[in-house]
Design a protein around this ligand. Structure first.
Ligand SMILES: NC(=O)c1ccc[n+]([C@@H]2O[C@H](COP(=O)([O-])OP(=O)(O)OC[C@H]3O[C@@H](n4cnc5c(N)ncnc54)[C@H](O)[C@@H]3O)[C@@H](O)[C@H]2O)c1
Length: 258
């Protein structure tokens, strides 16, 4: 499962999962382009990469807004000019507006539409434009982040007294990402482009102990995952070991959604 100089663009590459993905790509021999909003270079990530003695020359940065067609097109143009080609895209950004996360009764139509537009619309825009580039290039690989909540309905009892909920927009967005993936496989038949999804369960990120305990009671062994627990699935889908896997959704949740 080597990546052998594959050039991989990771949207939202400075986020919780994005940073871990970028380092896993470098470890596997790939070239990672961190494509995130409002950044030119992250000194923090650069120093983490140096500290872990990963090949710093294989780390690149590009400012990208996944909700802007001009920005997506510039990313394709600039990165392919600079590095000679693009082998894969990881659709991993997490745009949301200031009202995201309200419970169902309080979600305004405008906010529902805005959040679905930013996240699902942004994933569509990246898939559309990168797939058109990959079609010309003759091959490509797109991995999109979905979630267990794109596969199963929430267990709202886990969120009781947690102070946050599982937003209704998220269900629509993440189910949409899985189905868009299948649509793109069929549409780009014959173009040698692969499209797959990863659907993680909950990732531990300073949640309260009570929430974690409730969440974990539905899992098979570990419960909430560590941010690095998804790297195996990502590297597999990016590598040639998964060459003929197309249109699939790999659920990584320690059996939580069963
Ligand atoms: N963390 C989890 O528990 C979890 C679980 C299941 C699925 N996921 C999915 O994994 C993906 C990454 O999640 P995360 O927890 O790492 O998110 P995060 O919020 O930690 O990071 C998201 C990154 O996206 C960037 N971003 C936001 N808007 C953008 C835009 N318009 N253009 C480009 N970049 C933009 C942010 O700057 C940030 O660096 C998301 O699709 C999320 O839904 C996360």
């Amino acid at each position: 499962m080597e990546l052998k100089n594959k050039i991989i663009v990771v949207t939202g590459g400075l986020g919780l999962l994005g940073r871990s993905f970028v380092k896993a790509i470098l470890k596997a021999g790939g070239v990672a382009v961190v494509a995130d909003i409002y950044i030119t270079v992250s000194e923090e990530l650069v120093s983490e990469v140096r500290k872990e003695q990963l090949p710093i020359e294989n780390l690149h940065f590009h400012e990208l807004d996944i909700t802007s067609k001009d920005s997506v097109l510039s990313s394709i143009n600039d990165i392919s000019m600079k590095l000679g080609r693009i082998d894969a895209l990881v659709n991993n950004a997490y745009p949301r507006n200031a009202h995201y996360g309200r419970k169902l009764e309080e979600v305004e139509y405008a906010d529902f539409a805005d959040n679905v537009s930013k996240h699902l619309g942004g994933y569509f825009l990246c898939m559309q434009q990168y797939a058109l580039f990959f079609e010309k290039q003759g091959y490509g690989n797109i991995i999109s982040m979905s979630s267990i909540y794109g596969v199963v309905a929430p267990r709202f009892e886990v969120y009781e007294n947690a102070g946050f909920t599982m937003p209704v927009e998220y269900a629509a967005i993440k189910a949409g990402v899985i189905h868009l993936t299948k649509y793109f496989v069929k549409y780009f038949k014959g173009s040698h482009i692969r499209f797959n999804c990863i659907s993680p369960g909950g990732i531990e990120n300073h949640q309260q102990a009570d929430f974690i305990a409730k969440y974990n009671s539905y899992a098979a062994n570990k419960g909430m995952l560590d941010k690095n627990d998804l790297n195996g699935a990502l590297i597999f889908l990016l590598s040639d070991a998964s060459q003929f896997i197309n249109g699939q959704n790999i659920v990584v949740d320690d059996g939580w959604s069963l």
